[in-house]
Design a protein. Structure first.
Length: 353
């Protein structure tokens, strides 16, 4: 048995979104309540920054003499730029607070200032119904809809109407086709995009971008964008998989939620796009998560020379075969619509479900 990595690309499934605060806080919704993507479902106060000011060094006085020069003491509120210590005379100097906050302590020639707490508001991110309350931490939201998981992503979370700008999955998303009608939209491209397209999208304040591939030199730029980007196939110029492109174009004009967040360890998080489909019913599931690779399963090739190609497993040879590199590897025969199946090593495959 071989258990391949799985990527969810499904037109209809039961979506369960776990929305969690990083620290204990207050949950603002109840079980059974309907929520929308921008609704705040929980909030928490995060401890502000701490700043230690070396007052003695900055004033040029011994630590034992700092107390007489202080203009703010423990318990006092201070504003950014406010003078908290001053030395008068010929060698006059002053020390200003770098932040808004409260003086928490002084001693050893130093002053400790705690910044004001920040309020973190956790939003629902998707349309759905609250199915469970995670006391003091968050909620679980359930909805019926389509889900597409990406291979790479950047940015946070957003929502908007899906807009496809290319006619086929091998076309590039270029700046000249990004017009003012794209404002506030989630844009869908094909095999990739260029830097000019990223800048144009940023100027028009789009809500997100979905493409098949991303050039390696654009990764640092993509990580600084104010909106999420989801790459479905991998780094490089790669045509978007046909099932993914078809699912995206089928849902064009629908409200979607997009997340570029990813985490590769200790609780894997994949970038994804979710399309809630209210009123739909769930069809029978043909491929359950965690099932072994078998004949008849739809798979995607994740490495060259067939990277991005999607097909169906037609055979699982019992013995290793020699591949282009000269090595022998266990693999599967994949029907990709050509005259004959192609042989792909097992580690180069993932299940699409």
């Amino acid at each position: 048995m071989y258990y391949a990595f799985e990527t969810q690309v499904t037109a209809l499934t039961n979506v369960r979104q776990r929305r969690m605060l990083p620290v204990p806080g207050e949950v603002l919704v109840n079980v059974g309540e309907r929520v929308d993507p921008t609704q705040v479902v929980a909030r928490a106060d995060l401890i502000g920054d701490f700043r230690v000011l070396p007052v003695a060094r900055l004033l040029g006085v011994p630590a034992s003499q700092v107390k007489r020069h202080l203009r703010a003491h423990p318990g006092d509120e201070v504003k950014q730029g406010q003078i908290v210590a001053r030395r008068r005379g010929l060698a006059a100097r002053s020390v200003k607070s770098p932040i808004d906050g409260v003086v928490k302590a002084s001693g050893g020639g130093r002053l400790l200032i705690e910044g004001r707490p920040n309020t973190l508001e956790l939003r629902a991110h998707v349309y759905g119904t609250v199915s469970n309350i995670l006391e003091d931490y968050g909620v679980i939201i359930e909805t019926m809809g389509a889900v597409i998981q990406g291979a790479w992503g950047a940015g946070g979370e957003s929502s908007g109407v899906l807009k496809c700008l290319v006619k086929s999955p091998d076309k590039l998303l270029v700046d000249k086709i990004i017009d003012p009608s794209c404002h506030g939209m989630i844009l869908v491209g094909g095999a990739g995009l260029d830097e000019a397209a990223l800048e144009r999208a940023q100027d028009l304040q789009v809500r997100g971008i979905v493409v098949g591939g991303l050039a390696p030199e654009l990764v640092p730029h993509a990580e600084t964008l104010p909106f999420p980007i989801v790459v479905t196939e991998g780094i490089g110029t790669v045509s978007m998989s046909a099932p993914i492109f078809r699912l995206l174009t089928t849902n064009e004009g629908r409200e979607a939620s997009i997340s570029g967040r990813m985490q590769t360890r200790w609780g894997v998080v994949r970038p994804e796009i979710v399309f809630p489909l209210p009123g739909e019913t769930l069809p029978p599931t043909h491929t359950q998560p965690g099932t072994p690779l078998t004949v008849g399963v739809q798979v995607r090739v994740v490495r060259a020379p067939h990277m991005g190609v999607v097909g169906t497993v037609v055979a699982l040879p019992a013995h290793p075969r020699r591949i282009e590199t000269g090595a022998k590897a266990r693999g599967a025969e994949i029907d990709v619509g050509q005259e004959a199946p192609i042989f792909v090593p097992l580690p180069n495959l993932e299940i699409l479900r």
